[in-house]
Each structure stands twice: as structure tokens, then as C-alpha cells.
Design a protein around this ligand. Structure first.
Ligand code: PGA
Length: 252
């Protein structure tokens, strides 16, 4: 049987604080990935560092911008165009991270950003996830609505360039992640919802990652019991030892 390949998205957020540290973390991330032939790592540094790393021939290293403007150009002070990101070497863009949603990105804006990113040729890593969970299962209808709104108007061609990062908002930056069995339930739910929305899309045609408090301790269970295609890692992607271990877990 062909060994499964996994994706790691390293979301550096607003770290590290100098280009020297960023370059060192980049080099280490590339080195560990090159030693793990079943892992693709997409590194998402702060945008001011885009274009400041050596370009990579390896298809297993991607460069992602953490957020893009929904517009291609014009009077949008402080925003970065997806076209600029591509020019600086980006291959991917996060869209709809919960920290951007908290700053005002609605599903409608996320949808627009996703269209713009995909139209210019970036792969979109779209973040979805509920704020709270309860026994009534309202998080399921919340998630279904979020997927429907966020994916509105996407063509099947677009869908082929989308990675879903399922990130329960309550787990991001928290001490503990979602239980691996729950991750499995949610990844099945997301696959089913996507295949209902996009008829003809196979249940496994879209990679689904889990994000939120991933550590070296829980990464293995989340991937194996949770049946996801990889992980979106924040804090632990900045720690070289943890990063190494997480890449090894994804490679095994
Ligand atoms: P965390 O962040 O791994 O630090 O919880 C995850 C994320 O960026 O969504």
C-alpha cells in the first residue's frame, strides 16, 4: 500500500521578531522536511518576511501568506494583494483564520478572499471551526453554514486548490486540543458536507487538516485516530525540537 502523505502548515503568526530568527527557523523547517519524504510543509511567516527566504525547488516546501486582501489592487491601506504574495514567492494563502475572523472577517469576506486567492493561482488554506461545542449539536449546523457561505460560488476547478483547516476556535492557543475521536467525527462531517455541496467531489479529494493546540504529545493520535491529512500548527512550529518531532510523526 502506498504510504500516506501528510501536510504540515506552520503558522508563525506575528513571530519571530527579526529576519535573522525567521531565516534560521525557515532553514530548520526546510531541513526537517527534506528528511521526511512523506511530508509537505507550508510555512506561513509574517508577510514582511515573504520574499526574504531562498526560493525552493522542492514541491514539498510551500510558502504561505497568512491573510490576503479580497481586492487585487488599489486604495486599501495596510492590505496585501494576492498578486504581491505570488510575486514574493508565495504558493499558498491562509484565509479565514479565526484571529482574522475576530478582527472582522465575515464568511462573506472570507469567501471573497478565497476567490481572489484562487483566481490568481494561490492554493487557499481555508480555516473553519466553531466557537463553542455543546450537547445539542448546534456546532454542526454552525459549521455547515460556515462551509456553505465560505465556499459559495467556487467551481470544481477551484476546489482542487483548496485545503481545509478545521480549527475549533476554542482550541486555538489553548492548553489542550480536541480529542482525537472528536476530530474524526468532525472530519467525517466536513467531508460529507463538502461532497453534498459539490456533487461529484469525492469524499477524499480535499485535504482536511486539524489545527488548535497541536503538540508533540497529541499529534500522532489526532492524525491517526482523527483521520486527517495533516496539521496546522501555531506555537509548536516555532520550537525547533517540537517541529522536528511533529514532522517525524507525520512522516511515520
Ligand atoms: P496553536 O495555533 O497551535 O498555537 O493553538 C493554531 C492556529 O494557528 O490556528
Amino acid at each position: 500500500m502506498k504510504a500516506k502523505r501528510h501536510i504540515l502548515v506552520a503558522n508563525w503568526k506575528m513571530n519571530p521578531l527579526t529576519i535573522a530568527e525567521a531565516r534560521s527557523l525557515w532553514r530548520t523547517s526546510v531541513k526537517y522536511t527534506s528528511e521526511a519524504d512523506k511530508v509537505t510543509t507550508i510555512i506561513c511567516p509574517p508577510s514582511v518576511y515573504l520574499g526574504r527566504f531562498p526560493s525552493q525547488k522542492s514541491k514539498r516546501i510551500g510558502l504561505g501568506i497568512q491573510d490576503v486582501s479580497s481586492e487585487r489592487s488599489g486604495a486599501h491601506t495596510g492590505m496585501i494583494s494576492a498578486l504581491m504574495a505570488i510575486d514574493a514567492g508565495a504558493t499558498h494563502s491562509l484565509v479565514g483564520h479565526s484571529e482574522c475572523r475576530k478582527r472582522g472577517d465575515t464568511d462573506e469576506i472570507v469567501n471573497k478572499k478565497m476567490h481572489t486567492a484562487l483566481d490568481v493561482g494561490l492554493t487557499a488554506i481555508v480555516c473553519i471551526g466553531e466557537d463553542v461545542r455543546n450537547d445539542n449539536g448546534t456546532h454542526l449546523s454552525f459549521l455547515r453554514d460556515q462551509i456553505e457561505n465560505t465556499f459559495k460560488g467556487l467551481s470544481k476547478k477551484h476546489i482542487g486548490h483548496v485545503i481545509i483547516a478545521y480549527e475549533p476556535v476554542w482550541a486555538i492557543g489553548a492548553p489542550t486540543a480536541m480529542e482525537a475521536h472528536d476530530v474524526h467525527e468532525m472530519s467525517l462531517f466536513i467531508r460529507k458536507t463538502i461532497s453534498e455541496l459539490f456533487k461529484g467531489i469525492g469524499l477524499h479529494s480535499l485535504p482536511i487538516l486539524y489545527g488548535g493546540a497541536v503538540t508533540t504529545e497529541n499529534a500522532g493520535d489526532i492524525v491517526n485516530i482523527g483521520h486527517v491529512d495533516g496539521l496546522l500548527v501555531g506555537r509548536q512550529s516555532l520550537e525547533k525540537d517540537s517541529l522536528k518531532q511533529i514532522i517525524e510523526i507525520l512522516n511515520s
